[in-house]
Structure formats: structure tokens, C-alpha cells
Design a protein around this ligand. Structure first.
Ligand code: NAI
Ligand code: MG
Length: 358
């Protein structure tokens, strides 16, 4: 198969982890006889430095011309003070919008080999955690209009955003979540705040309607505040969670942290178009940039998600996951998942090791 990948290394540890993910991707393609073409483009801080915009048109064009996008991370203190209209995050929101990536898939899996890394008690972890959060990504309060700020007649400042979802937007994300749940544990929680928000009431009505086509999937609704609590109290009750943009931002971060290892977690952003985007959930980690301490496994696992979701290459994706599990089982660790003081692998050593053991 031909794989045309657009690579966006970004800022901070972005280029370091991407380099290792590419080493693994090249090895997988070689092993399975796929023809890999890589094209690199700029996003975030590097793009601001070079073009005064976090998302140059050339980057959008290159992404649209590819089969899939692999991204590192963006941002850093260097760009924190600049005008908010051109901040690095704008690049990320912009590329999601440009590619129509309405769903963000964040698996939060506690690797058996890393059970010690979770701060949850063994009794809470039970048989292990394997949760998929499906977050709506290009609607809701992050994009709703009107938005703005002003000063009222008493001279008091105010600001506002609008949480709005159309029926069609709810339908497509919930449908996708049901499809995903069906392939996993056949259980879906739709997370909302229908006791307070009109937008959640519509969400529930639409989700209920969609659920009729998925009678094989165990469907539940849950208020977001309860979900936040249940995730730490009894995370084992969840398989797949679907929710809107704002709730999903928070819930997906919470779900990922109960596994205890930000350097291990991949993500996929997908839509109805051809091109999806894959990236680790963590940021550009300016505190460890250039030290070789970055864990490349989240990005390597993002490559696995890319092969699975963009190319239906399940055997290749499974092989990457199995190899990561093997490397962990053999005791190899980067600093973030190793006990303090013990010897561990650098970013490039971990990448090379995974590639060699595929
Ligand atoms: P962060 O995820 O970059 O770092 C949080 C902590 O986790 C740091 O101590 C870091 O060293 C550690 N860490 C992160 N990834 C790691 C890895 N692969 N291996 C080992 N340790 C790792 O989040 P932070 O510090 O809040 O943000 C730093 C910058 O990244 C900011 O400019 C932020 O806006 C940006 N950011 C970008 C994201 C993206 O590109 N999707 C997502 C989150 C933050
Ligand atoms: Mg977040």
C-alpha cells in the first residue's frame, strides 16, 4: 500500500518524538512492504517564527494532499506573550477545522506492565483500565458565536461564549462513538449536563434516537460532574465515553491521568474526510526539551492508531502495540515511567529499541 504522510513536528520535544515515531513507521512499512512517502510542514511556534502565522496555507495544502497527518506538539514559553490571534494553539484549532476533524479519540489505557505508575489503588484499578473518550472537536463553546467582551452601563466588564450544537453535529459524533463502542466493549456513556443546559437536552434527544440503531451497545447517559467523580471512584465501569468539546477536553485529560503516564497516550482526530490527524496527548514539554528525556511511546502509539484508522492496517497497528508491551514487560523505561534514580533509556534509544524488536 502507498502511505503518504504529512509530518508536523512542531515545537519543543515535538521534533524529538516525531523522529523516533518515524523510525518505527519506516521499519513497519519495510517489514510489510508498504511504500512510505513523508512530507514535512510547519505548525505552531516554528511557523510563527518563519511566517508570522501558526498555520501557513502551505501546511494546510500539504495536509490536504496527504493520506494522514502525524503531529508532534506545539507551543512553549517563547510564544506565550504574543498576540492571541496568532498563538501556537490557533494553529492546532485551525488545522482541525480545515480538515473537518470533528472527533477526537483518546484511548486511556493502563498498561499491565505499568500498573505501578497509576496513583489509583489496586482495588480501584481492578482488572485494568481501558477507556476510549470520544470528544466532539470542532463545535460547542470553543467555536460558538456570538463570543466577545464588553462593558455594561455600570462600567463593569463582561465576557461571553456560546455553547451551541446543531442536531447534525451531535448525530455524527454520537454515531461514530456507537461504532467505536461496538468494536470495543459494547458499552457507551454519553456525558452531558442536561439538568441545566438546553444544549445537553438536545444532545440527549439526538443520542437516544441514534441509540435505536445500536441495540447491541449498552447505552447510558451521565452528568459530567458525576462522570468526573466516577472516573476516579470506579473507572472500570467505563468502556467508551462520548461528549461535547468542553466536557471532553476536561474528561479526556482526567481519564488519561488516571493511567498515570502522559508520555504513553496517543490520540486520533478524525472526520468524514480522507485525512485524519494523529498526535500524542501531551504538549511540547519545554522543561525537558533537548535533554533526551522525552518518552516517544505516545507518538509511536499514535502511529499505530494512524495505521488502524486511516489505512485499516490492523496487523501493523497490533504489531506496534504488542512490541511496546514487550519492551515494557522486559523492563525498559524512559525517565517519566521509571522510578527515580534508576537507569533508563533516552528518547532515541527507546525509539530504536521498539524499531529493532518489531
Ligand atoms: P506538557 O504536556 O508539555 O508537559 C506536562 C509535563 O509532562 C511536563 O513536566 C513534561 O516534561 C511532561 N511530559 C510531557 N510529555 C512528555 C513525554 N513525552 N515524555 C516525558 N515527559 C513528558 O504540558 P504543559 O507543560 O502544560 O505545556 C507545555 C506547552 O505545550 C505549552 O505551550 C502548551 O500550550 C503546549 N501544549 C500543546 C499541546 C499540543 O500540542 N497538542 C497539548 C498540551 C499543551
Ligand atoms: Mg486539554
Amino acid at each position: 500500500m502507498d502511505l503518504n504522510i504529512c509530518v508536523l513536528p512542531g515545537d519543543g520535544i515535538g521534533p524529538e518524538i516525531i523522529e523516533q515515531a518515524v523510525v518505527v513507521l519506516e521499519k513497519v512499512c519495510e517489514k510489510f512492504g508498504h511504500k512510505l512517502s513523508l512530507d514535512e510542514a510547519q505548525i505552531g511556534g516554528v511557523a510563527i517564527d518563519a511566517h508570522n502565522t501558526p498555520l501557513p496555507q502551505a501546511t494546510i495544502d500539504k495536509c490536504l494532499a496527504s493520506d494522514a497527518v502525524l503531529m508532534g506538539a506545539i507551543g512553549g514559553p517563547k510564544w506565550d506573550k504574543i498576540d492571541k490571534s496568532i498563538r501556537p494553539e490557533r494553529g492546532l484549532l485551525g488545522i482541525r477545522k480545515a480538515l473537518g476533524l470533528y472527533a477526537n479519540l483518546r484511548p486511556a489505557k493502563l498498561w499491565d506492565e505499568l500498573k505501578d505508575a497509576s496513583f489509583l489503588k489496586d482495588s480501584v484499578i481492578g482488572d485494568g483500565l481501558d477507556i476510549m473518550v470520544v470528544r466532539e472537536l470542532i463545535g460547542g463553546i470553543y467555536f460558538g458565536e456570538p463570543r466577545g467582551e464588553g462593558v455594561d452601563e455600570n462600567g463593569e466588564r463582561y465576557a461571553y461564549n456560546t455553547m451551541v450544537y446543531k442536531e447534525s453535529e451531535v448525530k455524527r459524533i454520537v454515531k461514530l462513538a456507537f461504532e467505536i463502542a461496538r468494536k470495543r466493549g459494547s458499552k457507551l456513556h454519553s456525558v452531558e449536563k442536561a439538568n441545566v443546559l438546553d444544549v445537553s437536552q438536545l444532545w440527549n434527544e439526538v443520542a437516544e434516537e441514534v441509540s435505536k440503531d445500536y441495540s447491541d451497545v449498552d447505552y447510558h447517559t451521565m452528568y459530567v460532574d458525576n462522570c468526573a467523580m466516577q472516573l476516579v471512584r470506579n473507572p472500570g465501569q467505563f468502556d467508551t465515553i462520548v461528549t461535547g468539546n468542553l466536557f471532553g477536553d476536561i474528561i479526556s485529560d482526567e481519564a488519561s491521568m488516571i493511567t498515570g503516564s502522559i508520555g504513553m497516550l496517543p490520540s486520533a482526530s478524525i472526520g468524514d474526510g480522507k485525512v485524519s490527524l494523529f498526535e500524542p496527548i501531551h504538549g511540547s514539554a519545554p522543561d525537558i526539551t533537548g535533554t533526551g528525556k522525552a518518552n516517544p511511546l505516545a507518538t509511536i502509539l499514535s502511529v499505530s492508531m494512524m495505521l488502524r484508522y486511516s489505512f485499516d492496517l490492523d496487523a501493523e497497528a497490533d504489531l506496534i502495540e504488542a512490541t511496546v508491551a514487550k519492551v515494557l514487560a522486559e523492563g525498559y523505561r524512559t525517565a517519566d515511567i521509571m522510578e527515580d534514580g534508576k537507569e533508563c533509556l533516552s528518547c532515541s534509544e527507546m525509539g530504536a529499541l521498539v524499531a529493532s524488536k518489531l
